[in-house]
Design a protein around this ligand. Structure first.
Ligand code: HEC
Length: 171
């Protein structure tokens, strides 16, 4: 009797490398490019006192307190809280696609530094009924630095007329 050695032929598996160019997210609207360092410096310098002397590094450190719930990049996702890119000049509770509390939906103001300062000092004291469960930042200087950082990072355009698309300044 012959013995047949059955060779488990490991068919040289065609290594299919499916690494074409990665597709951009299909449902995301085209996001503006992030600000350059020069643009950030120009925004900082244009802010009214005391924000124009805000410490951006400290602001970035304080933003660590927000990061678990908020993104600030253009077109960034909503987490527990809404994406904050473009928050300055935006109606409170006004980001499409995010489900706000009734309190924030009915707030009836547009976000700028003064409202943000009061909000960040004590969110639930400032706006009873908000679902932002954050205790607040007690140090006034920390809030100044964080607001300066957010202005610089979230696409705030100091000289831009309301509602105009971001364009190169005419000069
Ligand atoms: C534990 C999660 C959490 C943390 C931490 C947090 N937030 Fe929020 N934030 C929320 C939620 C939830 C809302 C929506 C509140 C509502 O609808 O009442 C919100 C709303 C906001 C809004 C209003 C946005 C809009 O579109 O009207 C701002 C501004 C904001 N947060 C800033 C911050 C900043 C700055 C920090 C850090 C200092 C921070 N938040 C920390 C959860 C959080």
């Amino acid at each position: 009797m012959r013995r047949f050695n059955i060779l488990a032929v490991a068919t040289a598996a065609a290594v299919v490398t499916a690494c074409g160019p990665s597709e951009p997210a299909k449902d995301a609207p085209p996001a503006p490019p992030p600000p350059t360092d020069a643009e950030k410096a120009a925004v900082l310098a244009s802010l009214p006192a005391p924000y124009n002397t805000g410490d951006l590094e400290n602001g970035q450190r304080k933003f660590a307190l927000c990061r678990s719930c908020h993104t600030i990049t253009p077109g960034g996702p909503n987490l527990t809280g809404p994406n904050l890119y473009g928050v300055f000049g935006r109606k409170a509770g006004g980001l499409d696609g995010y489900t706000y509390s009734e309190a924030l939906k009915k707030a009836g103001f547009v976000w700028e530094a003064a409202h943000l300062d009061a909000w960040l000092a004590d969110p639930r004291g400032y706006m009873p009924g908000t679902k932002m469960t954050f205790l607040g930042i007690k140090e006034a200087q920390d809030r100044v630095d964080l607001i300066a950082y957010l202005k610089v990072e979230t696409g705030f355009k100091p000289t831009e007329p309301a509602g105009a698309p971001a364009a190169a300044p005419a000069q």
